[in-house]
Design a protein around this ligand. Structure first.
Ligand SMILES: *Cc1c(COP(=O)(O)O)cnc(C)c1O
Length: 360
């Protein structure tokens, strides 16, 4: 049996009578995927002479599980979803790119993204020769769903939302998000990379209601595993099947799979980090407020603060000279004069504050 088929189930089309499958690029719909040795075999065996591997044990002489079932089982338990609703990628970057490759005809289709937001959506669009229509958030970085829907047209295949949003740090209003998911005839991606810092606010369970909703989460932030490159996409089994069909066969290596299983067996560590980081975020906000050059600290549901200040560029360069690197977002729409500061450890945050005191 080809393991891909396990994931491709018949999904009832959303109300309105259109289906996710009808959005696919014709070349992807017609694609016969690569069938690896491990795809064609399922069951148990003791002699593997099917994949031209080296038989001598190094710990890594065998190809990894192409569908990462052990990892997905753990994630499914923790997140309260089915394994068939999970895709794992080489960072969130991979599902972002695969969604373009599956659904957007280069030079023809377009996507809609909020502004300001994460730069990777635009980069991936550029690589795939897809136009990005940007919809400005309000001055307080709020999403206006009707304004966004008005920008979509019959060539719009994907909508990118990010909540909590980077670089503004705020959660987007969930009613506004759902209004888009309900009324847009395409795929809505909600990037929840920072959701662990906004307890209880995930839209994950909505994937059971809307087959065109994709939720992205990652091991790069709260879980402390940016170096292993592991991103999660949660969506309908139909979209999972499409992503599985076009991914590199062994996209998640054995080291990454092992490390994440180890980490998922100690979720307490992550919860403690999140608590500390949220406390530090609030402390940092309070301390920064006292500097006379700080004009505004935007409310944050993430592990960073967007801070509007006088002389932003000068302060950015001053901190750099002191060996403290923050992100200058001054040239980003609605972020004029603003630096994005990641919440560090208590000691790191103290250092930042001490340097800034000398700028008074
Ligand atoms: C950091 C971040 C990610 C994480 O990307 P990975 O490829 O999983 O490391 C995703 N989305 C946003 C908005 C981010 O800021």
């Amino acid at each position: 049996m080809n393991a891909n088929n396990k994931y491709i189930v018949n999904q009832a089309p959303p109300s309105g009578g259109w289906g996710v499958g009808s959005l696919l690029r014709p070349n992807i719909a017609n694609l016969t995927p690569y069938s690896s040795a491990r795809d064609e075999f399922s069951g148990s065996a003791s002699v593997f002479l099917d994949a031209n591997e080296n038989p001598y044990e190094t710990g890594y002489n065998r190809y990894p599980d192409p569908y990462q079932m052990e990892v997905k089982k753990r994630i499914a338990e923790i997140k309260g979803v089915q394994t068939e609703q999970i895709f794992l990628g080489n960072g969130s970057d991979e599902p972002i790119d695969l969604l373009f490759r599956a659904f957007c005809n280069p030079g023809v289709d377009n996507v809609v993204a909020i502004e300001p937001s994460y730069g990777m959506y635009t980069v991936s669009a550029g690589i795939n020769d897809v136009e990005v229509k940007k919809v400005l958030l309000t001055e307080n970085f709020e999403l206006e769903s009707e304004k966004l829907l008005a920008v979509t047209n019959d060539k719009t295949k994907l909508v990118f939302l990010c909540s909590p949003n980077n670089p503004s740090g705020n959660l987007l209003n969930s009613d506004e998000i759902i209004n888009i998911v309900k009324n847009f005839r395409g795929i809505v991606i909600v990037d929840e990379a920072y959701i662990d810092f906004a307890p209880g606010k995930t839209l994950l369970s909505e994937i059971n209601n809307y087959p065109n909703l994709v939720i992205l989460q990652t091991f790069s932030k709260a879980w402390g595993l940016a170096g292993i490159r592991l991103g999660m996409a949660f969506t309908s089994p139909e979209i999972i099947g499409i992503l599985n069909k076009i991914k590199y066969p062994y996209n998640i290596n054995s080291l990454t799979q092992q490390k994440v299983i180890e980490t998922l067996n100690n979720t307490e560590q992550k919860e403690n980090w999140v608590k500390t980081i949220i406390n530090e975020r609030e402390r940092l906000a309070k301390e920064l407020k006292q500097f006379n050059f700080v004009k505004k600290i935007y409310p944050s549901d993430a592990n960073f603060l967007l801070v509007k200040m006088d002389r932003a560029r000068e302060i950015f360069e001053y901190l750099m000279k002191k060996g403290v690197i923050v992100r200058d977002r001054s040239k980003v729409a609605l972020c004029e004069g603003s630096l994005r500061i990641t919440v560090g450890s208590p000691k790191e945050n103290d250092k930042l504050i001490q340097h800034l005191m000398l700028q008074q």
